[in-house]
Design a protein around this ligand. Structure first.
Ligand code: PDD
Length: 287
């Protein structure tokens, strides 16, 4: 059963609670996280909570929750909803105040959450997805996971309009790929794995971090965190996108060009298998 949490209470998803002058609603003034629930347990919640804290700090939103509280609410949502496999979305806005751009004083941030059933798209993982390229028109703090997602929304719609499964963004001034509309992007060329370095231009994905810090060193592959052009990506041997929901999903075509032999690559498949092993270790099972 889908379930919501708003301002300290568990509520049904149908219940209307948003306050007209919530700054998240009026300014997109807030942050969010999305975590994956496998077998009734949240995967990599510690990494998500660390990123949440960083986002709040960067936006100077007061931190009014301890990690233990947030962990307990995540566990309660899972238990009360009965959902074993799904996604928990949580957001914290700067709070409710009379509309005025500058930060309001003495306002307590507002936490809301939802849990929904969802499953990883295993067909996409087995066959790979086709992506379009789209100019990255987002602001210059893409490292903060804010509620302002219009650039990402327009990017994602570009692939929907073409009946494709994903969008990869590039900056026009440098002709360099940054990331997907809601994923990080990697290519493999001559056995070397490439991805955009951590900077203000990309989100430091939890899945990306797990690959870079744990899985890639364990499997012994060479990784370079260096930006590359769309042309380099088109002629890569393999490509893949990573996110909480995609896990490691092969990209087999980019802007109409087939990547490699058009099938998920060997390194991509090894990374996905290793990611699944980690999930099983932490959550007990994949579903
Ligand atoms: N998005 N880059 C962007 C722009 C994202 O929005 C996301 C995640 C990622 C991957 O981050 P992670 O591995 O921590 O999920 C990269 C989530 C899934 C969303 O918007 O729902």
């Amino acid at each position: 059963m889908e379930l919501g949490f708003f301002d300290g209470e568990f509520i049904s998803m149908e219940e209307r609670r948003v306050q007209l002058e919530d700054r998240g609603y009026q300014f997109g003034d807030g942050i969010y996280e999305a975590t994956h629930v496998y077998n009734g347990k949240c995967f990599a919640l510690d990494r998500h909570l660390a990123r949440c804290r960083r986002s709040l700090r960067e936006l100077r939103i007061p931190i009014t929750y301890m990690d233990e509280e947030l962990i307990a609410i995540h566990e309660d949502l899972i238990k009360k909803s009965g959902i074993k496999n799904g996604v928990i979305y949580f957001q914290i806005t700067r709070g409710v105040a009379k509309r005025s751009h500058a930060f309001p004083e003495s306002v307590v941030p507002l936490l809301s959450m939802t849990i929904r059933e969802s499953k990883t798209n295993t067909k996409w993982q087995a066959e790979g997805i086709s992506c379009t390229l789209f100019e990255d028109i987002r602001w210059l703090r893409c490292d903060i996971k804010t509620l302002n997602l219009l650039g990402n929304v327009l990017a994602k719609q570009a692939s929907h309009d073409k009946n494709l499964q994903g969008t990869i963004q590039y900056r026009k001034d440098t002709n360099l790929i940054t990331e997907g509309s809601s994923s990080n992007f990697f290519v493999v060329k001559d056995g070397v794995i490439w991805t955009h370095p951590i900077s203000n231009l990309i989100l430091k994905g939890v899945t990306r971090s797990i690959l870079v810090e744990e899985i890639i060193p364990k499997l012994g592959y060479t990784l370079v965190e260096k930006a590359f052009s769309p042309e380099f990506a088109r002629y890569a041997d393999e490509a893949f996108a990573t996110s909480t929901s995609l896990e490691v999903t092969p990209v087999v075509s980019l802007d109409g060009t087939t990547i490699g032999d058009g099938k998920p690559g060997e390194i991509t498949k090894a990374l996905l298998a290793s990611y699944h092993e980690l999930v099983k270790k932490e959550c007990g099972a994949l579903s």
